[in-house]
Design a protein around this ligand. Sequence first.
Ligand code: FES
Ligand code: FES
Length: 168
Amino acid sequence: MTARLLRFSVNGEPVTVAVEPQRTLLEVLRYELDLIGSKQGCDKGDCGACTVQIDGLPRLSCLTLALAVEGRDIQTVEGLGRAHGGCHPLQDAMDRWDAAQCGFCTPGILMSAESLLRRSPGPVTRSEVREALAGNLCRCTGYTKIIDAVVDASEQMAAPRDETEAAQ
Ligand code: FES
Ligand code: FES
């Protein structure tokens, strides 16, 4: 099939790439742009390992046709720590809580969790985290430490704001 030019932004950078119409966003990220953080697990919408953010919301890149993201803003795990000078507080918390084993699910979990924390500023509850991560399968951890880490990160991120508010 004839390739078409696709223009979108990835982690804040404009990108133009020639794409065949049947290609998924996941394939373009991994095989055209060399952004291999988003994982190709089931490739049919069951595992969440391919989760990225499209215009700030978590989406399955294996089920998204690449040409459908023309002009959209895509965030992948590779860009997660940029605004934090290295690691995002979620990544630090996952490390503190030993919340990754094989790590295959971790990029997708981070992208789902970051979207939750941005949309729900302030500490989040365990049930909010469970709901946000419902589409992200982890075969290793049993989820408890992942949930601990996300709640911890939400508290860490809320703390400076609470202290600022308290000082006012
Ligand atoms: S690879 Fe996309 S949901 Fe499994
Ligand atoms: S850490 Fe192995 S699948 Fe989640």
